[in-house]
Design a protein around this ligand. Structure first.
Ligand code: 13P
Length: 251
């Protein structure tokens, strides 16, 4: 049985004050989260030290939003996977569509990052998703499976025993327009079948998260789908009440 996972992606949001109070509210609610489920938050790099300190005795896991694949070197402005691992980071988002679209990350770069994150002992959350135009042209499966294959080619299918995949349709991110549970389930099913064609056991254990305008009002019906194992939550993860309500539905 796959354990449920809800991860908040804070993107480029937060101040010392807002992060402190958001974490305090989350920690106060941790006992209400379903047993066996997992919750994580991905703050900005600059907030990581304080998040680590505040969550020191908490079950809430820490994630990062990005990592450089190189160990160290003259890469101004970058943070390596190794540095994050030393900080106790558990998850790293890899290939988020905002990184792919706004920072020109190619499939090859994403695959390198995935490899580096795992090599440092952390769990990559590989993000995949199609644009609205691609969906309307009927290319959704082709696009997301190609994004997945780019990583499988480099890391091998066995790497997915210790990875998470998040399906985030680009047209649903930050738009308030959520994929319907049926639309999301159809893509999740294709992803799982694709992995199963190479390794059934890994496919059965692989956690597939849905992301894109997840909120308290739609989380339960999304998470009720057989191939949706939780959510990657953007905007709603910045509001304690919303995020807590989403985490509560993950049983
Ligand atoms: P929203 O939940 O704000 O749509 O963002 C989704 C997302 O990009 C999470 O990584």
């Amino acid at each position: 049985m796959r354990s449920r996972l809800v991860v908040g992606n804070w993107k480029m949001h937060g101040s010392i004050e807002s992060v402190t109070s958001l974490l305090a509210e989350l920690q106060a609610a941790t006992s209400e989260f379903p047993k066996g489920s997992e919750v994580g938050v991905c703050p900005t790099f600059v907030h990581l030290p304080m998040v680590r300190e505040q969550l020191a005795s908490s079950a809430i896991r820490i994630g990062a939003q990005n990592a450089n694949a190189q160990e160290q070197g003259a890469f101004t402005g970058e943070v390596s996977a190794q540095m994050l691992a030393e900080f106790g980071v558990h998850y790293v988002l890899v290939g988020h569509s905002e990184r792919r679209q706004l920072f020109a990350e190619s499939d090859a770069t994403v695959a390198e990052k995935f490899l580096a994150v795992q090599a440092s002992g952390m769990t990559p959350i590989l993000c995949l998703g199609e644009t609205l135009e691609q969906r309307e042209r009927g290319e959704t499966d082709t696009v997301v499976l190609a994004q997945l294959d780019a990583v499988i080619r480099v890391s091998g299918i066995a790497a997915f025993a210790k990875a998470v995949v998040a399906y985030e349709p680009i047209w649903a991110i930050g738009t308030g327009r959520t994929a319907s549970p049926e639309q999301a389930q159809a893509v999740h099913k294709s992803l799982r079948q694709h992995v199963a064609a190479q390794d059934e056991e890994i496919a059965a254990g692989l956690r597939l998260l849905y992301g894109g305008s997840v909120k308290a009002a739609n989380a339960a019906e999304l998470f009720a789908q057989p191939d949706i194992d939780g959510g990657l939550v953007g905007g709603a993860s910045l509001q304690a009440n919303e995020f807590i309500a989403i985490c509560r539905t993950a049983d």
